[in-house]
Design a protein around this ligand. Structure first.
Ligand code: NDP
Length: 289
């Protein structure tokens, strides 16, 4: 079923969101500080509102995606919000999401906080996740429309949860991409291209997926039996990586950091435990050196 949706903010991401809603046949009203950015969407059938107030009045559901939360509040100002539902896809912290939930709630609006787990080119694909947190009835009411943007993943009533997961998932992404780039530089020193290395690396990530699944229960139980591979064995193994990379002029700051964390875990008594025991360091339960 198609419905009226307003999109506030037409930067790279907001434009992609509005475009995906138009693709599914929704009646889209848009507003952006720089009105010219609406032109390609208006050509495709969107209606351009002259003010945020006009845009918000146009639809029961308002999707917002601007630079940050302060900008969103400045844009909305004192516009009446009673009876509207807001889905805020602007990036921020869990604390900002909590505060925003209070601010919108006090003004009679429903509020879902969200996080977009893609760049704009991925918007509209069912393969990408959009994370949401806030009142379940608000999510349920709008899930069919939100599915136009990507796969809607509901994380619970706590409004900060989507931002919390977003931060955790970006951390995972940076670590994984940095490991891949380090490996790419290492094999590149022996004239292997990134295109040759990457399919093998991606296959390896499939195995790493299985490690994560196995270690999740160890982390939850706080017990890390090293019956597959121990921290001490991996301290030795990362030494080989550091040697091979150093000998080829590859920067070793990343594996050196990991090695020092493994050594700290070992010194704290986890040498015979699995790699999952490093969570004790990340959780702040092992004193820094
Ligand atoms: P852009 O810089 O392309 O767009 C920023 C938007 O914020 C524009 O609509 C801009 O309006 C508006 N804006 C900025 N300052 C003000 C202001 N003072 N008053 C009114 N409007 C203002 O950024 P993106 O679209 O890439 O990002 C938007 C949000 O989406 C961010 O929170 C970002 O973290 C998040 N996001 C982006 C991703 C991406 O890959 N791009 C991925 C996941 C999340 P104007 O056009 O007039 O400048």
């Amino acid at each position: 079923m198609t419905q009226s949706v307003t999109v506030l903010g037409l930067g790279s991401m907001g434009s992609a969101l509005a475009g995906a809603l138009l693709d599914r046949g929704h009646a889209v009203t848009v507003w952006n500080r720089t009105a010219e950015k609406a032109a390609p969407l208006v050509e495709r059938g969107a209606r351009l509102a002259a003010t945020p107030a006009e845009a918000i009045a146009a639809s029961p559901l308002v999707v917002a995606c601007v630079l940050d939360y302060a900008v969103l509040r400045a844009v909305i100002g004192s516009v009446p919000l009673s009876g509207k539902d807001f889905v805020n896809l602007t990036s921020g912290s869990p604390e900002q999401a909590e505060e925003a939930a209070g601010w919108f709630g006090a003004r009679g609006a429903g509020y879902l906080d969200g996080a977009i787990m893609t760049t704009p080119d991925g918007v509209g694909s069912a393969e990408v996740m959009f994370l949401y947190s806030g009142p379940r009835p608000v999510f349920d009411a709008h899930e069919p429309v939100l599915a136009a943007l990507g796969d809607p993943v509901y994380l619970g009533a706590d409004p900060g949860r989507a931002s919390l997961y977003d931060a955790a998932l970006l951390g995972l992404m940076w670590s994984a991409m940095a490991g891949w780039l380090h490996g790419t530089a290492l094999v590149g020193a022996e004239k292997t291209t990134a295109a040759e290395f990457t399919p093998v690396a991606i296959r390896w990530l499939g195995t790493v997926n299985r490690f994560l699944t196995r270690y999740a229960s160890q982390v939850d139980e706080g017990r890390y039996p090293g019956d597959d591979s121990t921290v001490d064995v991996q301290v030795a193994a990362i030494g080989h990586l550091i040697h091979a990379a150093g000998a080829r002029g590859v920067d070793n700051a990343l594996p050196e950091l990991l090695k020092s964390m493994m050594e700290r875990a070992s010194e704290a008594g986890h040498g015979a435990d699995s790699f999952a025991s490093l969570v004790e360091l990340f959780a702040g339960r092992v004193a820094a050196r």
